[in-house]
Design a protein around this ligand. Sequence first.
Ligand code: SF4
Ligand code: SF4
Length: 224
Amino acid sequence: MNLETLYEYIEKIGVMTFSTILNNEVHSRSAHFNGFDEDGLYFRTMANKPYGRQLKETGKLTVCGISDSTVQHTENGGVYFPPSFTIRLIGDIRFVPPEVIIEKAKSNELLKTAANDIVEYPAMADGNFVMYRARVEIYDADFEMEHRDHKLLRTRFSFGGATFNPAGVRITDQCIECGACKEACSFKAIEEGSPYRCVPERCDDCGSCIRACPVDAIQESLVF
Ligand code: SF4
Ligand code: SF4
């Protein structure tokens, strides 16, 4: 995974939820990334909005979005979530001066609208930012297994020097190979072995296996 591929996924979603922190509260709004290059992912706002001020003050941003947010109710009273993918980014941002955007736009088609708006709307001039460092997860869900034989495919990566923990519970050497965890896992995320093994890309961190294990051999997943 690289920034170009990530941006392709982002474009398929479009508008996402951008969250900042102000006075110890989380503030979220709908926004979108408007370009990328080797320095990161670009986004913008009117600099004088509270959002713009929060961005400058904290330098922190989390972003989340889903490719299909529809929920359907089934005849038997259940809920159906169509196959979709979620993107989650947790990262650091910095302000990008207007002259830098204008210069980058000469060779980057994606930033041309931002450059034009800097000229046309003065309030946009100081509202460009780049997420220059982040850890990223793409959570590809097919809960009814319509297109493959397991529910989840989680991809984690980072850019700009960020680090992250892998997904998934951790099975220790205390495992006595009884198979109860594999039986309990509807995500098909546990493989037999000595000890048994969790496949991180398939694991939802749900904890059913932890509850099923008779010898407490399974540790919870680490924070992303
Ligand atoms: S339930 Fe616990 S002891 Fe049994 S196979 Fe899984 S990890 Fe090993
Ligand atoms: S935490 Fe849930 S999804 Fe992950 S291995 Fe255990 S039962 Fe399966």
